[in-house]
Design a protein around this ligand. Structure first.
Ligand SMILES: NC(=O)C1=CN([C@@H]2O[C@H](COP(=O)(O)OP(=O)(O)OC[C@H]3O[C@@H](n4cnc5c(N)ncnc54)[C@H](OP(=O)(O)O)[C@@H]3O)[C@@H](O)[C@H]2O)C=CC1
Ligand SMILES: CC(=O)C(=O)O
Ligand SMILES: [Mg+2]
Length: 421
């Protein structure tokens, strides 16, 4: 990151008041009567109603549109385990995106927990405050056990964004990129650098989209995950191949696809040159990708290049997923975000990239035109049509798969933020 951008980022977060979010009041509070409704004595009435029936919390409180973004700070972006407090700017940032793109209110919660069990107990105790729980930046393998336990214990949907949000957006971009590069999904060979939360979920979803597991070579810090290793946890072991490949150099030779969900500057231009013709590179580590677009495009010109960042073409980032997925889930009061809802989101995002892009979206990005192709494989986060298509697809899938507690919303599809109720 340039010195200028670093300084601007600190200034942005510090001024004119620290942080990126605040709480707003949604009811009149001007008169003494207003206060006697908002607080004592009037507040006692909704209290009694909720005590009689917890469902009334959706009627009388902000619960139904409120998501908790919760982290322990153990895998902050690609920066590592820097602790809960240091994760707060990212969690506030997720809150900004939930609100800006899908009108969802967020409390960010940073938990200082000594064990996965302590984290689970903390979240379980506060879960009923919210309409949904978005787990964020919790490292593998602990994240898998944490999410599984919380899905079981909580009455509201629990979704680990780094797993499923990332997987949904990666799958959407990958299906389009394979099509553009003329590669068949069932024949493509994939190198996945990283074997943590995001990598495991992305590869699982790609397999359910048609990539063959024997064509995936996953690597952790020790190299290729293969069946001869005896140091693999159960999540990595799912990807252990019978292979004599051991290093990134071995695996990248002739590969069609590279997916980076690991850390900065781990793939060289020389390694990229060894990939098959018309390769696909998703270097998704944030803030610094596994290979910069400058280095990648200098190495070869037949590739599709994507990163997790906003300042290059093809931003493969879970921001395209979580705001809209939760919008759909909250609006049908879904009890879970299940596979059907995830797959529906993949196809809604993927198909939108093929539609003509309205002029105002091009203007927001300072370009004349976006057209489905190597530099536009996936929609832009500012594309308001995401609010139209993704919540609708997710809500429909929730209803059809039996996890919705409300019918498909009469006010759908959402055409703008003003349609959110
Ligand atoms: N673009 C996007 O939308 C998203 C991007 N990401 C990015 O993915 C990365 C991983 O995040 P997440 O899965 O949550 O974190 P985890 O801590 O769960 O996993 C990190 C994984 O990266 C591996 N790794 C780290 N350094 C290296 C290295 N030098 N060589 C090979 N493997 C390495 C680790 O290996 P080991 O198991 O051996 O420790 C581990 O498997 C981050 O950079 C993050 O920014 C994550 C979510 C969304
Ligand atoms: C984008 C994101 O969630 C991450 O890099 O962790
Ligand atoms: Mg994250």
């Amino acid at each position: 990151m340039s010195q200028d951008l670093k300084e601007a980022a600190l200034e942005y977060h510090a001024k004119p008041r620290p942080g990126k979010v605040s709480v707003e009041i949604t009811k009149p509070t001007l008169t003494s009567r207003d206060l006697s409704l908002a607080y004592s004595p009037g507040v006692a009435e909704p209290v009694r109603e909720i005590a009689k029936d917890p469902e009334n919390a959706y009627k009388y409180t902000a619960k139904g549109n409120l998501v908790a973004v919760i982290s322990d700070g153990s895998a902050i972006l690609g920066l590592g385990n820097l602790g809960p407090l240091a994760s707060k700017p990212v969690m506030e940032g997720k809150g900004v995106l939930f609100k800006r793109f899908a009108g969802i209110d967020v409390f960010d919660i940073e938990v200082d927990s000594e064990s996965p069990q302590a984290f689970i107990e903390t979240v379980e105790r506060i879960a009923d405050t919210f309409g949904g729980i978005n787990l964020e930046d919790i490292k593998a393998p602990e994240c898998f056990e944490i999410e599984r336990a919380l899905i079981e214990k909580c009455n509201v949907p629990v979704f680990h964004d780094d797993q499923h949000g990332t997987a949904i957006v990666t799958a959407a971009g990958m299906i389009n990129a394979l099509e553009l590069q003329g590669k068949k999904i069932e024949e493509a060979t994939v190198v996945c650098l990283g074997a943590g939360a995001a990598a495991v979920a992305c590869m699982k979803l790609l397999i359910s989209c048609g990539i063959r597991s024997e064509n995936i070579f996953m690597l952790d810090r020790k190299g290729v995950i293969h069946s001869g290793r005896d140091d693999l946890n159960q999540y990595k072991a799912m990807f252990a191949n019978e292979t004599d490949k051991r290093t990134l150099d071995d695996a990248i030779d002739g590969a069609d696809v590279f997916v980076g969900l690991s850390g900065p500057d781990l793939l060289s231009g020389e390694q990229l040159k060894k990939m098959a013709p018309n390769p696909i590179v998703f270097a998704c580590s944030n803030p610094d990708p596994e290979i910069s677009p400058e280095v990648a495009l200098a190495a070869r010109d037949d590739l599709i290049m994507a990163t997790g960042r906003s300042d290059y073409p093809n931003q493969v980032n879970n921001v395209l997923g979580f705001p809209f997925i939760f919008r759909g889930a909250l609006d049908v009061r879904a009890t879970a975000i299940n596979e059907e809802m995830k797959v529906a989101a993949v196809h809604a995002i993927r198909e939108l990239a093929k539609e003509p892009v309205p002029q105002e979206i091009c203007e927001a990005y300072g370009v004349d035109n976006f057209e489905f192709g190597k530099e536009y494989i996936i929609p832009k986060p500012m594309d308001v049509r995401l609010l139209e298509v993704v919540p609708a697809a997710v809500a429909r899938a929730a209803v059809d798969s039996g996890v919705a507690r409300l019918p498909y919303p009469a006010h759908y599809p959402l055409k703008s933020m003003d349609d959110i109720i």
